[in-house]
Design a protein around this ligand. Structure first.
Ligand code: SF4
Length: 304
């Protein structure tokens, strides 16, 4: 099947609005140019339990990223253009292959810079029988227009709220507008997806998971992020599922930005306790362990 869609000639798909002529094959700040690029597509078992379930999340990692954080654990994909160029037709096949493998959902990791390509592939895959919920796994640095552009395609937003401080966002992601952009985008996601809906097996079908990765030495900013999350939750209790993450690892250029270590147990415990005190209890906290980390329900982790 051949699919037509418009490739941006002045790209404004993300808040950078760098204006790259992607139709002419030019790459933007995110590293994405005119041909779709994907780094990995496989069942993935390490998301929150309501996403990974028992059969895995059908995860597709897209190349490039509008944020390119200095500590990115996927930096070969996000910042170094690792990936394979594929057609929209092939992406549609990949979605159907993941469904055939038993995936609970299709999990689009950092898809924003490829929105027109992916929407064309989703249309094609749906015509071919794709029926799974679609997860948009995003760093939260989205425009409201982009969130609206996913309406009718994305069922679940798996979004980060990384920073509250523009200075920290500038230092670690070269995006001082991140806090304002992410706040507006997440509010659009919450309005679009509505309250979380699970199926009978506890697998999320619709809604928003808001993640926060605690960064060593910056737990004051984590507190400010949690204040924002708590404000949303207070205004509309249960409107999203919070997910606190302890897995920060000093990948890529982290050491050059003064965060060349893992978070301590004490720091993470303070962040978890702050979330609990703010009423963000109905979600996930990542167990901190020297051997491995995994998601467990928060009620198991009070007092971590
Ligand atoms: S998605 Fe990429 S090319 Fe488009 S505006 Fe953002 S950084 Fe520029």
């Amino acid at each position: 099947m051949s699919t037509t869609f418009a490739i941006p000639s002045r790209c404004t798909l993300c808040p950078r609005r760098c204006g790259a002529d992607r139709a002419a094959g030019r790459a933007g700040y995110c590293g994405a140019a005119g041909t779709l690029k994907v780094a990995r597509a496989a069942l993935h078992f390490w998301e929150e339990p309501c996403i990974s379930g028992t059969k895995g999340s059908g995860t597709v990692f897209f190349s490039g990223c509008a944020l390119r954080c200095c500590y990115c654990q996927n930096y070969p994909i996000s910042a170094q253009a690792f990936g394979k160029e594929i057609t929209v037709d092939r992406l549609a096949e990949i979605f159907l292959e993941l469904q055939a493998q038993g995936a609970h959902n299709i999990n689009l990791v950092t898809p924003g810079q490829w929105q027109p390509w992916i929407i064309a592939a989703l249309d094609q895959a749906r015509a071919g029988g794709l029926h799974l919920p679609i997860v948009c796994n995003t760093g939260g640095y989205e425009t409201v227009e982009s969130v609206e552009g996913w309406r009718g395609y994305v069922d679940i937003w798996l979004a980060d709220l990384k920073y509250a401080s523009p200075d920290l966002a500038k230092d670690l992601s070269a995006a001082p507008d991140y806090p304002a952009a992410a706040k507006a985008a997440i509010e659009a996601m919450l309005a679009q997806a509505g309250h979380p809906v699970m199926d009978a097996d506890g697998i999320l079908q619709r809604g928003v998971i808001l993640r926060h990765l605690a960064i060593p030495g910056h737990i004051d900013d984590s507190f400010a992020v949690l204040d924002q999350m708590a404000a949303w939750n207070d205004a509309d209790p249960g409107c999203f599922i919070p997910s606190l993450m302890s897995q920060f690892t000093p990948f890529y250029q982290a050491a050059e930005h003064g965060i060349g270590r893992r978070i301590t147990t004490y720091e993470y415990r303070r962040v978890v306790n702050y979330a609990m005190d703010k009423g963000l209890t109905a979600g996930y906290m990542q167990q901190k362990s020297s051997a491995r980390e995994e998601y467990t329900p928060s009620f198991d982790l009070t007092g971590v």
